[in-house]
Design a protein around this ligand. Structure first.
Ligand code: PGA
Length: 259
């Protein structure tokens, strides 16, 4: 895992946006796995600026990690609306190239299989953007999720419900169920980029990067991914024991590795 520590939140967001932009410049028809939550909002704002300067999304296909069960597509807290607001309405992604799990599917298991099939038929995900929950979840794969899991329904932990209450006003409005790509689905992406910022993520970050690989902290499985970048700000990096080494590696990267 490549661990990139940036001095500030803004610099961490910029680094993540640059990594995504490099991917699109290398392959215009990239398949992106996208994430919601507060962490990627700044990244999407930078990508919007880059789009104004020419970054092209017209050939890009997107698959979002997760969606709440039971919310209509136009519910203000649905992840479809979130993406529309923060990215899709601001760049030139073709509407037909956008994919979400359908939280209103009548047959959820069948729909989950279709979502997996759609990812495969798009050629697989080139770059998966991830956040991390304070409990170590990626997507909505809560602790105890199988590290080989595929897209399926999950029940949120009370901690995640509480973490996400800020979006809904009160915790009792947060749905308890979600459809999420599985840990195995995420691990199939050719590259992963996890952005974690702020002190509240420091414990999950040290667990995922330096702790044992365990279903109790699903993000830790990314230690097994052959191409995973973890971008953190100083606040999220405070507990990393090898922080000086990660900085040293980054400063000494050969130029060709930065492209
Ligand atoms: P956050 O959520 O970006 O809102 O902190 C991250 C996550 O739950 O994956």
């Amino acid at each position: 895992m490549e661990i990139i520590i940036k001095a500030s939140l803004a610099e961490a967001q910029r680094e993540a946006a640059e990594i995504i932009a490099r991917q699109l410049r290398r392959k215009a028809a990239s398949v992106l796995g996208l994430a919601t939550g507060s962490t990627p909002i700044g990244v999407y704002a930078i990508l919007t600026e880059m789009h104004k300067e020419g970054l092209d999304f017209s050939k890009v296909k997107t698959f979002n990690l997760d969606e709440y069960v039971g919310l209509s597509d136009d519910h203000p807290q649905s992840y479809r609306q979130f993406m529309q607001q923060h990215l899709f309405s601001r760049v030139n992604v073709a509407p037909g190239h956008i994919h979400f799990p359908d939280g209103r599917a009548e047959d959820i298991p069948a729909h989950c299989l279709e979502y997996e099939a759609a990812i495969r038929s798009a050629g697989g995900i080139d770059l998966q953007l991830l956040g991390i929950g304070s409990d170590g979840h990626i997507g909505f794969n809560e602790p105890s999720s199988s590290l080989a899991s595929r897209t399926r329904i999950k029940t949120l932990t009370p901690r995640t419900v509480k973490d996400n209450a800020r979006f809904f006003g009160t915790a009792d409005k947060v749905p308890h169920h979600v459809i999420t790509m599985g840990v195995g689905t995420i691990m199939d992406a050719r590259a992963c980029l996890l952005l974690a910022t702020g002190e509240s993520k420091a414990e999950a970050v040290v667990g995922m990067a330096e702790g044992p690989i365990t279903a109790n902290l699903p993000a830790s499985v990314l230690q097994m991914h052959p191409d995973c970048k973890l971008v953190v700000d100083e606040a999220a990096a405070t507990r990393l024991r090898r922080a000086d080494y990660y900085r040293w590696v980054y400063e000494n990267k050969p130029d060709w590795q930065r492209r």
